[in-house]
Ligand binder design. Structure first.
Ligand SMILES: [Zn+2]
Ligand SMILES: [Zn+2]
Ligand SMILES: [Zn+2]
Length: 101
C-alpha cells in the first residue's frame, strides 16, 4: 500500500493584515442645540439669562450674534469677552454682527 496522498496544504502562516476599520464616526454634534442656547449660561436664548432672571430685568436681556453666526445673551457675552475675546463655541475672534431680541 503506497499511500501517496498529495495533500497540498501549504502552511498558512500569512497573518491577516490589519484591517483598519474606519470608524465612520459621524459626530452627531449635540452642540447643534447650542444654536438656540447660550453656551455661556446654558439658558435658551428666547429667555433671559440667569443673571437677568434673578435681577428681574429680563426685558433688558438681548441676544448678540457674532460674525461666526453663534449667538449668546449680550450680557453673558460682554462678561465673557472681558476674559477671552473669542467665541466660546468656535474660538474665532469675536466680532459682533448684530444685537437684538
Ligand atoms: Zn447666557
Ligand atoms: Zn441677561
Ligand atoms: Zn462662534
Amino acid at each position: 500500500m503506497n499511500e501517496s496522498s498529495p495533500s497540498k496544504s501549504p502552511p498558512k502562516s500569512e497573518n491577516k493584515l490589519f484591517t483598519l476599520k474606519k470608524w465612520n464616526a459621524v459626530a452627531m454634534w449635540a452642540w447643534d442645540v447650542e444654536c438656540d442656547t447660550c453656551a455661556i449660561c446654558r439658558v435658551h436664548l428666547m429667555e433671559a439669562c440667569l443673571r437677568c432672571q434673578s435681577d428681574s430685568k429680563a426685558e433688558d436681556c438681548v441676544v448678540v450674534w457674532g460674525e461666526c453666526n453663534h449667538s449668546f445673551h449680550n450680557c453673558c457675552m460682554s462678561l465673557w469677552v472681558k476674559q477671552n475675546n473669542r467665541c466660546p463655541l468656535c474660538q474665532q475672534d469675536w466680532t459682533v454682527q448684530r444685537i437684538g431680541q
